[in-house]
Design a protein around this ligand. Structure first.
Ligand code: F6R
Length: 252
């Protein structure tokens, strides 16, 4: 059974398990694409949205959901990281979504190794590309154990834009297994800023599993603060938190 928790300042949708959570989030994205075929989506990587991407692929392949007018912008990329590396978020998105659906255009921040000045220039271009298509209609977010959204780690100001950032120790630890060890995880990344994220017209923040329960509760019930970047999402007029029961357990 799906239920809506009204007690915190903003309602939370709670699904019984990860599969139902992904059904709900994918249904919201599909509804937007049906309503606005030229929609601009902001997308996340990581394990949380994988089931959502599977459902969007099924909706496209089995039910004719048309992504050909849709433009997508991803939140972040490791730095330094070549797009064709199997560790890149570019590769992740290609494998899990974009080789399986045909969308108009898709962008991932460029983590190619080069000077900080060149990275700063490509960040400005990323922001400009988002503006050129009229801004993001719907931004999908996960949350890190550090409380990050995108790779906006604690200390990120609410008006931050796409930029080079340093990764939190917890974030690097969480990525260590997929890189074959902590020392192989990049210390930096290029991330959309919190200000960039908050300009999206709608935000879906999703979390699954008991490991996210405490950080999600803190983000959705305390004061918004730079020490907990996901807490800024609550200040957005059209943001919704989607959890499975394990991730929601700290609310009860
Ligand atoms: C990745 C991103 C991150 C992840 C977060 C949760 O593009 O934006 O903020 O959403 O690290 O990762 P998972 O889903 O692997 O727990």
């Amino acid at each position: 059974m799906i239920f809506i928790l009204q007690r915190p300042t903003k309602p939370i949708t709670i699904a019984p398990d990860y599969a139902a959570l992904c059904d709900l989030v994918a249904e919201r994205i599909a509804a937007l694409v049906r309503e606005k075929p030229g929609a601009v989506l902001g997308l996340a990587t990581g394990s949380t949205p994988l089931g959502v991407y599977d459902r969007l692929v099924s909706a496209a392949q089995d039910n004719g959901l048309d992504f050909s007018g849709v433009t997508c912008f991803n939140l972040d990329e490791y730095f330094p990281m070549s797009a064709d590396s199997p560790h890149s978020y570019h590769h992740f998105m290609q494998q899990n979504l974009f080789r399986r659906i045909r969308c108009r255009r898709w962008f991932v921040p460029d983590g190619a190794p080069r000077s900080e000045a060149e990275v700063a220039q490509s960040c400005l271009e990323y922001e400009a590309a988002i503006r050129e298509v009229g801004g993001i209609d719907l931004q999908l977010l996960g949350i890190g154990r550090s409380g990050h959204i995108g790779f906006n780690e604690p200390g990120s100001p609410p008006d931050s834009r796409t930029r080079l950032v340093s990764l939190h120790q917890k974030t690097r630890e969480d990525a260590a297994a997929s890189f074959g060890g902590l020392s192989a995880v990049p210390a930096q990344a290029v991330s959309m800023g919190i200000g960039t994220i908050l300009e999206a017209r709608e935000i879906l923040l999703m979390a699954s599993g008991a490991g996210k329960a405490e950080i999600v509760r803190a983000a959705w019930t305390g004061e918004s603060a730079e020490s907990l970047p996901a807490s800024w999402v609550r200040s957005h007029p059209n943001a919704r938190l989607y959890l499975d029961t394990a991730a929601a357990q700290a609310f009860s």
